[in-house]
Ligand binder design. Structure first.
Ligand code: SF4
Length: 424
């Protein structure tokens, strides 16, 4: 890895330095000096979440699962880095390393200090468990520095091995977590556990410098007789949750594209924010990278159903995610970075014009996915695509991506892309 991050600060002087470092850490991962693990008590550690998002989990086993801080906040007055929150993607060979000394945690880039580091405090609900031994922390996760309750309702994907999205590790992650940690994680989260934990967080949790304001239901595609049954499952959960926690906190669902009847079913159940992720704009690459989604719904229909969803949920309440960078993967993507950026930017523009809010998750060649051996996507791609997203978002005067926190450097809390960290 020959690049020098300090050169990128000069190259992209209109982009916040924190956003540049964040994208670099997302694409390259981060390692930890051994002494860090002696001081991580009291912090939020990586636990079961739908996707593992680690680069070399398989080689590091227990340590990664048990002791890795889940989220990292970097800042530096010397390097003009405003507080910037990053998802931890573990990689033992990353040029980024977190160390510890008496002054605290530090982030090094190729052994040179670049920023101070804080970790998100361990939430109080992590200390609780049900009478049968199920731990609250294994029922739902608190993410984005405590801002969002992430409820992984459907912890598996019904697509067969060949049809699983190529970047996705949902099924291998569940298997790894349950096998290696003897965790009792049901493929379908049980409402009798979910409801009390969500209530406990909304009523009693207080993460320093943050508030829990939203909750979201998500999971893999759930099929019965070849048809999605996600609307039935999520409607049931939404009704029960809203009956218990009221309407103060908006709820989102992330699912496969739903037909019009099912969109209404979700709306009538009380859903506030509908998210169905198209992941890739180019139709042919979508077909190769997301074969299950392509066969079940198809690219054109996915887009039409997103537009229909705007009529039902209203502008600003319909989101679609892109796995940014996968359209430039060696295995399935464009051969040049410029084509990849142009294609995805065209997608952003089309969707924003129609009142749909696209967002991004930076591609992670996760150890449990088919694309685990992909070469690393260039940092320029990530900086330029985030800028393009931001400029189009301004052009179309859309609201911030709902349920994904505030925007702007020093304020954003979205952990796995920088589209929210750009601007002023
Ligand atoms: S639809 Fe694709 S991204 Fe979603 S869980 Fe299934 S394989 Fe993973």
């Amino acid at each position: 890895m020959t690049h020098n991050i300090f050169d990128y600060f000069k190259k992209y002087e209109n982009v916040p330095n924190g956003a540049i470092v964040k994208e670099d850490m997302l694409r390259l991962g981060v390692s930890f000096a051994p002494e860090v693990f002696e001081h991580v008590d009291g912090y939020l550690l990586k636990n079961y979440n739908l996707f593992a998002s680690n680069y070399d989990r398989a080689n590091t086993g227990e340590m990664v699962v048990k002791n890795i801080p889940a989220e990292i906040r970097i800042s530096s007055s010397k390097n003009k880095i405003l507080p910037t929150i990053v998802e931890t993607r573990y990689s033992a060979i990353s040029p980024y390393k977190i160390t510890y000394d008496q002054k605290g945690f530090k982030l090094l880039f190729k052994e040179r200090e670049i920023a101070e580091v804080e970790f998100c405090k361990r939430p109080k609900y992590h200390n609780k468990q049900f009478k049968d031994g199920i731990k609250y922390k294994d029922v739902v996760a608190l993410v984005h520095w405590g801002y969002k309750i992430a409820i992984s309702v459907v912890r598996v994907c019904s697509f067969n091995k060949n049809d699983i999205c190529k970047y996705c590790d949902i099924n291998t992650n569940l298997k790894f977590r349950t096998d290696s940690n003897k965790l009792n994680i049901d493929p379908l989260a049980k409402l009798e556990y979910v409801v009390p934990v969500v209530k406990e967080i909304l009523e009693n949790e207080q993460i320093e410098g943050s508030r829990t304001l939203v909750y979201g239901l998500t999971g893999g595609t759930m099929l019965k007789n070849g048809k999605s049954i996600e609307a039935d499952i999520y409607s049931h959960y939404i009704k029960k949750l809203k009956a218990e926690v009221g309407g103060r906190y908006p709820v989102s669902v992330t699912c496969t594209a739903q037909n019009e009847d099912d969109l209404w079913k979700l709306k009538e159940a009380g859903l506030d924010v509908y998210q169905c992720n198209i992941e890739v704009w180019d139709k042919q690459i979508f077909h190769k990278v997301c074969p299950g989604k392509s066969k079940l719904v198809g690219h054109d229909k996915w887009v039409e159903l997103l537009k229909k969803a705007v009529d039902i949920f209203g502008e600003g309440n319909v989101i679609t995610n892109f796995v940014a960078g996968v359209e430039y993967s060696k295995a399935y993507g464009f051969s040049t970075m410029e084509e990849a950026i142009q294609s995805t930017t065209d997608g952003f523009e089309y969707l924003m014009y129609h009142g749909i809010t696209p967002k991004m998750t930076s591609f992670c060649a996760s150890a449990g996915s088919s694309l685990r051996n992909e070469p690393i996507i260039p940092l320029d791609y990530y900086v330029q695509i985030a800028m393009n997203w931001y400029n189009l978002w301004r052009k179309y005067l859309l609201p911030p991506v709902r349920n994904h926190g505030p925007m702007g450097p020093g304020r954003a809390i979205e952990i796995n892309s920088t589209y929210n960290d750009i601007g002023s």
